[in-house]
Ligand binder design. Structure first.
Ligand SMILES: CCCCCCC/C=C/C(=O)SCCNC(=O)CCNC(=O)[C@H](O)C(C)(C)COP(=O)(O)OP(=O)(O)OC[C@H]1O[C@@H](n2cnc3c(N)ncnc32)[C@H](O)[C@@H]1OP(=O)(O)O
Length: 290
């Protein structure tokens, strides 16, 4: 009963995800997809300079790649970054600051879709975190089943640092890897964990000295499922993750409405404006120094 319910629910999700993929395929390769012909493992690299910030096109490109990977029977998916400083800088602040309302609705719906697509991906998933992963970048990493991170990076849901309260389903990503008390403290502090701290608390599973080593460790994780029947594995994963997604699927419109109200609030817009300006200022002073 639950199995068919889950399958039906996934099928229900698919049309939304597939429609979005077709409608706004990006012209430039915002994601790079390579399938290793020996291991059958797909590597999906985020490729939107300078910091892989998540806009509508990049998120649709991720969803499209996940759909392709699930369709071509890849044995697993490794998510990583094409640049060596930043895994993903989270949501593109240009989409959230003084937003066009129609675009904001689409942006938020695609944000929900990309999390659902990755969180429920039918093949084993691992993140090779070869750069900083704040906020939405951390969310992509925790949607994966395994995380390997390079040293001297940061990762975390830092939304309270700029006036956000992460939506319930975003908080669930922390609760799927951290004990509740630690997840609550980190969320309320808006904490960015260093690589060492993230390993210590279990936010990441391993540290690697290089991107190549991180990719190899992710492949080893994916190989650990070699004896499991792929369909049984996928259904088991979806059944375990069902309660998380159920909260979002049951009321996507309500989540959208709540977040639009919140994002458009003067409190948030003022906080976001100041945060974004400080970021630009930092970048300008860095450019001035170089
Ligand atoms: C209900 C409300 C919504 C809740 C949603 C909850 C889920 C997710 C929320 C989010 O993801 S909001 C975004 C949060 N992201 C961040 O706080 C990260 C901000 N960026 C940084 O900390 C740093 O840029 C970095 C990622 C650590 C990289 O540092 P680095 O020194 O390598 O680069 P910078 O000089 O800082 O930046 C280069 C360039 O990129 C621009 N930029 C950086 N981050 C973003 C971003 N998220 N969106 C848009 N643009 C970004 C930065 O302004 C620079 O641009 P220029 O000034 O050079 O044009």
């Amino acid at each position: 009963m639950l199995r068919s319910k889950i399958l039906n629910r996934i099928r229900l999700l698919k049309p939304v995800i597939d429609r979005r993929c077709m409608s706004s395929a990006s012209k430039t390769p915002l994601t790079l997809l390579e399938v290793d012909d020996k291991s059958g493992i797909a590597t999906l690299s985020l490729n939107r300079p300078p910091v892989n910030s998540l806009n509508i096109d990049l998120m649709n490109s991720i969803i499209e790649s996940i759909t392709e990977i699930e369709g071509n029977k890849s044995r697993g998916l490794i998510l990583t970054s094409a640049n060596d400083r930043v895994f993903c800088a989270g949501l593109d602040l240009n989409e959230l600051h003084k937003p066009n309302q129609e675009r904001l609705k689409e942006f938020w719906a695609v944000f929900q879709d990309v999390w659902l697509a990755l969180h429920l991906c039918s093949v084993p998933t691992a993140a090779a975190i070869n750069g900083h992963a704040p906020a939405g970048g951390c969310l992509l990493a925790t949607a994966c089943e395994y995380r390997v991170m390079l040293p001297q990076m940061t990762i975390g849901l830092n939304e309270t640092q700029f006036g956000y309260m992460a939506p319930k389903w975003v908080m669930l990503s922390y609760l799927s890897v951290l004990p509740r008390r630690l997840a609550e403290r980190a969320l309320t502090q808006g904490k960015l964990f260093t690589t060492a701290e993230a390993l210590d608390v279990g936010l990441v599973d391993e540290i690697a000295a290089s991107k190549e080593e991180a990719l190899a460790k992710c492949s080893t994780f994916i190989d650990s499922f070699s004896k499991a029947n792929p369909l049984a594995r996928s259904l088991t994963k979806k059944q375990i993750r069902e309660p998380d997604v159920q909260k979002l699927i049951a009321d996507r419109a309500g989540d959208l409405k709540e977040c639009l109200e919140y994002i458009n609030s003067p409190l948030l817009q003022d906080g976001l404006g100041a945060y974004f300006e400080a970021l630009k200022q930092k970048s300008r002073s860095k450019a001035g120094k170089s």
